[in-house]
Design a protein around this ligand. Structure first.
Ligand SMILES: [Mg+2]
Length: 507
């Protein structure tokens, strides 16, 4: 079981410190072969090595990542010219470096920044655009862009593509590099959305890649078409080619159980150790959390406090804290029409049994990070479809238990479809919280179960056989006699539709 804590607020320091520590662990071993590292593995954060720098020194990967963050802080948006200026400050003036020294600069990056320096063009037109300029130089600095997109709530794939394309193209303008960044960013987004790692991977594979040519997509077949996690380690290359780096990163992450052992495994694969460990460390850090990283590494990392304070500023610019609060105060979906439809259906059912004013509706994924907003009182609750489109069912329910004492916990899909087609299309489940179990405890158990935790809440589990169930709506009404009211609601529902709501099976 992963020790992923889905309740945590996703601060950028998780990913960025995870990334920087991977870089610093990899720096002394860069270009060493896998065979050599098998004999003399890296087991700790050490100095000297390839660049003869002190322990905890990070390289270009982290410097360019921090420059990108600083640019977003300064401009409050994505401004490629400003990013290029900050990259030049790193290149020429050793800004954003660990020890006030710039080292480990990639060829394509150098060429592009020189071009910009000579004012030949806008920054996003300066990147090299030939097939031989597909090193991992833009992938290694793209992580902040994923945080930006996540917290700005940008959902449109075309818009995400355009941002990633522009930012990559400051140095790496070829489609292969852009697609590498696009996959990484989208994978991070799926993880930030609270998906378990294989669930995130599956969703990543289902995304739309039509803006890329088939030739380019095929380069990433082992990630997008097959399952990269099953590849034998001998077939995982850690060269500086962007496709190889991304494959190694995904392979390491998908096969991980924690930060500390996986990051050493990344380094000891050899070759482009710092970038592979940095990109992997970004994913591990945001998934397992900064507190899971070995303390001595955090203490040894150069300018740790500076990176943390930059991340804090970044979070503030991205309105991270405000977002968590605003999700709870406002409907996060845009349409009042949907809200009125849902409340209307509940009102029809509840009649004069209880007051239905001021009900707030949250998606399951939102309330997942905010259980303290649910009252402890008794009450009835509703799971509702917020979309205007019909729900779809699936037997593929991720890591949720499908069996208990030899019996299947899955409902027959045909039965679910029949119930759904006869019933109301909005209200999918009615539940209650009573006696010592208040709404908060009850709903937390219910939702935890839906996220694959071993919680003892199997009632209403048909909800987890609905596709995109984390985007279903949830709302509640506080009432004292919840058991009686739940019965009244289900009876009334059955009288009207001749069946129970799709995830209710009996009174
Ligand atoms: Mg490097």
């Amino acid at each position: 079981m992963d020790n992923l804590d889905e309740n945590r607020v996703k601060k950028s320091e998780d990913g960025i410190i995870g990334f920087s520590i991977g870089d610093a662990l990899g720096v002394p071993a860069e270009f060493k072969s896998r065979e050599e590292l098998k004999r003399y593995p890296i087991t700790d954060m050490i100095g000297d090595g390839t660049y003869n720098v002190p322990a905890g020194t990070w390289s270009d990967d982290t410097s360019m990542t921090l420059a990108t963050i600083d640019s977003i802080i300064c401009t409050k948006t994505i401004n490629c010219n400003d990013m290029a200026i900050k990259f030049l400050n790193w290149l020429r003036n050793a800004e954003y470096t660990a020890t006030n020294e710039t080292f480990d600069v990639g060829r394509t990056t150098l060429q592009a920044l020189r071009k910009y320096e000579m004012k030949l063009d806008d920054a996003s037109n300066c990147g090299e655009n030939n097939e031989y300029s597909n090193g991992n130089g833009s992938l290694m600095r793209i992580l902040p862009i994923a945080y930006y997109i996540y917290y700005k709530d940008i959902k449109d794939c075309k818009e995400i593509y355009n941002i990633v394309k522009q930012v990559s193209s400051i140095t790496h303008a070829h489609e292969i590099s852009i697609l590498g960044c696009y996959i990484y960013v989208n994978f991070v987004l799926e993880l930030l959305n609270g998906n378990e790692k294989f669930e995130a991977y599956k969703k990543l594979q289902k995304l739309n890649y039509k803006m890329f040519s088939n030739d380019t997509i095929e380069r990433y077949n082992r990630i997008l078409k097959y399952d990269i996690s099953n590849v034998n380690v001998d077939d995982i290359s850690t060269s500086g080619y962007v496709v190889n780096t991304l494959e190694a990163t995904m392979w390491l992450f998908l096969n991980s159980n924690d930060y500390n052992t996986t990051i050493l495994k990344a380094v000891n694969l050899g070759d482009d150790t710092d970038t592979v460990a940095a990109c992997t460390g970004g994913l591990l850090g945001l998934y397992y959390g900064i507190e899971s990283i070995k303390d001595t590494w955090k203490q040894t990392l150069k300018k740790y406090d500076y990176i943390i304070s930059l991340c804090d500023e970044f979070d503030e610019i991205l309105n991270l804290n405000n977002k968590a609060i605003s999700q709870m105060n406002d409907m996060t979906y845009s349409s009042p029409v949907i809200y009125n439809r849902v409340i209307g259906e509940i009102k029809k059912l509840i009649g004069d049994i209880s007051n239905v004013e001021n009900i707030k509706i949250y998606t399951i994924s939102e309330i997942k990070n905010n259980y303290d907003k649910i009252p402890n009182n008794n009450g009835v609750y509703f799971i509702v479809n917020l979309e205007n489109t019909p729900i779809q069912f699936t037997d593929d329910i991720g890591n949720i238990k499908t069996e208990y004492q030899g019996k299947s916990l899955l409902y027959n899909e045909a039965d679910l479809i029949r119930k759904y087609n006869s019933g109301d299309k909005t209200i999918l489940y009615i539940g209650k919280a009573e006696r010592e179990d208040g709404l908060r405890k009850r709903l937390q158990e219910y939702i935890d179960y839906g996220y694959g935790k071993n919680a003892s809440h199997r009632g209403g589990r048909a909800i987890w056989q609905i596709q995109n169930n984390k985007q279903l709506g949830l709302c509640w009404i506080e009432v004292d006699n919840s058991e009686k009211i739940e019965k009244q609601l289900l009876t009334k529902y059955k009288q009207k539709y001749k069946t129970f709501p799709v995830a209710n099976w009996r009174i």
